[in-house]
Design a protein around this ligand. Structure first.
Ligand code: G1P
Length: 289
């Protein structure tokens, strides 16, 4: 059973400056809900009871978001705004959330290494804080189910177009079934030529505790950062690793255009204004300016 999750959320968010000058990119809202709240919700819906968020400089807003806010609750109570009050209280009760700070930005692998004392000798889930996945069965649950079968590290992957392989960790290997592959190679952000396939790591993992030893042996890689993908390559010498092609739609909040598309799609799904929003988009797209 996977009971613990790690959410790395320490990155600087350079691509979203100046919006991220004084607030973490994981707090960028999709309409009215911060991205990281969707990620925490996915973990909770997957049966995770304990979450460690790896935060960093300027990330206090994330801690505050998952904490009680008595002043706000008092104010909402006086205004008789029960619906919002319940939602605000629910957020602080979602799970046992802990925080640890990554003091220097040394990469995703280093961020994960900060979780070693917290997760100990248990396998754990990793959910990247800037990726939201809309699915019927929460993706972390999908991966946990495969983990229960294989008892080895499982990487959530999805097919990406050739021109996007250089944005992701790409895996190659032998297909075991429609969605499951035994991995034999991993490359972080390869060129089209170097890419072993077009299956990209989709920001969701189940990792065995052996990953920490592998991380200790990992040298800085792409962008001079300690890459989780490179550590997985070392882990592969000792343990099998499997990939699972996730069922769901992934929203990468890490790029501006994808963020914009995400907001539009989520807007179209919101009952209270989807009709009006759809009509607005139609009208905008048919007008000449
Ligand atoms: C990270 C990982 C990469 C993975 C990607 C998914 O890259 O290093 O392997 O495919 O997340 O979003 P980043 O987007 O942080 O550069």
């Amino acid at each position: 059973m996977i009971k613990k999750a790690v959410i790395p959320a320490a990155g600087i968010g350079t691509r979203f400056l100046p919006a991220t000058k004084a607030q973490p990119k994981e707090m960028l809202p999709i309409i009215d809900t911060p991205t990281i709240q969707y990620v925490v919700q996915e973990a909770v819906d997957s049966g995770i009871e304990d979450i460690l968020i790896i935060s960093g400089k300027g990330k206090r807003a994330i801690e505050d978001h998952f904490d009680r806010n008595f002043e706000l609750e008092y104010m909402l109570e006086n205004k008789n705004n029960g619906g919002v009050l319940n939602e605000i209280r629910r957020i602080s009760d979602m799970a046992n959330i802990h925080f640890i700070r990554q003091k220097e930005m040394k990469g995703l692998g280093d961020a994960i290494y900060h979780a070693r004392l917290h997760t100990g000798d248990e396998p754990f889930a990793v959910l990247l804080g800037d990726t939201v996945i809309d699915s019927i069965i929460p993706v972390t649950q999908q991966l946990a189910d495969i983990y229960n079968q294989y008892q080895q590290s499982i990487l959530g992957v999805e097919v990406v177009p050739q021109e996007k392989v250089n944005r992701y960790g790409i895996v190659g290997g032998n297909n075991i079934s429609d969605r499951i592959m035994e991995i034999s190679n991993l490359v972080e952000k390869p060129t089209v030529k170097q890419a072993p396939s077009n299956l990209a790591i989709a920001g969701r993992y189940i990792l065995t505790p052996e990953i920490y030893k592998a991380l200790e042996q990992t040298k800085p890689g792409k962008n001079n950062e300690l890459q989780l993908t490179d550590a997985l390559k070392i882990l592969l010498k000792r343990e099998n690793i499997y990939s699972y092609t996730i069922e769901g739609k992934r929203y990468d909040i890490g790029s501006k255009i994808d963020y914009l598309k995400t907001i539009v799609e989520f807007g179209l799904k919101r009952k209270e204004f989807s009709k009006e929003f759809r009509a607005f988009l139609k009208e905008r797209l048919s007008s000449k300016n």
